[in-house]
Design a protein around this ligand. Structure first.
Ligand SMILES: [Zn+2]
Length: 182
């Protein structure tokens, strides 16, 4: 199986937003608050967690693998190519090699990144000028950790990172998550 389950740990928090109503669609999209990622992306994610821990920080993951069915639902809700990949093109989340995440302090409080996760506004762009300096620094801290662990940033979403060769992976669907993984 290409997908691997990601379990929470001391320095890896999970807040799978699409399993709750606290997401841009206003309703739960995933049946369970579980986190999966492509096996090739697993070690890079753990490397980021270790790098964050070395700075006294924690990583909080909002989304990783996203079945193609969920991407189709998102696109029907918000067909905005600045923030979502059209389903026919395929999201790198559906390839299992993208992750949405932020940093938390040692107490688990999210660092201020200037916008919330999935804020569909130009303020979410990595280099947005209207963001306070401390939030710019927090974004930079996340960028340095993620790039050091082998991830590539997305200029339009401070929370989104993916593997450099993401497009060579296959788009996966609900059926690729088998019961024994959950
Ligand atoms: Zn993303």
């Amino acid at each position: 199986m290409p997908l691997r389950r990601v379990l929470p740990s001391d320095h890896l928090l999970l807040d799978i937003k699409y399993a709750t109503a606290d997401n841009f669609t206003g309703q739960p999209v995933y049946k369970k608050p579980l986190c999966f990622i492509h096996a090739d992306a697993y070690e890079p994610l753990m490397a980021a967690v270790r790098a964050a821990a070395a700075q006294g920080l924690k990583v909080k993951v909002f989304d990783a693998f996203r079945p193609q069915e969920a991407q189709e639902l998102f696109w029907a809700h918000t067909p905005d190519p600045d923030f979502l990949a059209p389903p026919e093109k395929g999201s790198n989340h559906s390839r299992g090699v993208a992750v949405d995440l932020t940093l938390c302090d040692a107490q688990g409080n999210e660092l201020d990144m200037g916008t919330a996760f999935d804020a569909f506004t130009p303020l979410s762009f990595h280099a947005a000028e209207g963001v306070p300096d401390h939030a710019k620094r927090n974004r930079q801290t996340l960028l340095t950790i993620m790039q050091g662990a082998g991830w590539v940033m997305n200029p339009k979403e401070w929370w989104h990172y993916q593997l450099p060769d993401a497009k060579r992976y296959t788009v996966l669907r609900d059926r690729d998550l088998t019961e024994h993984m959950m």
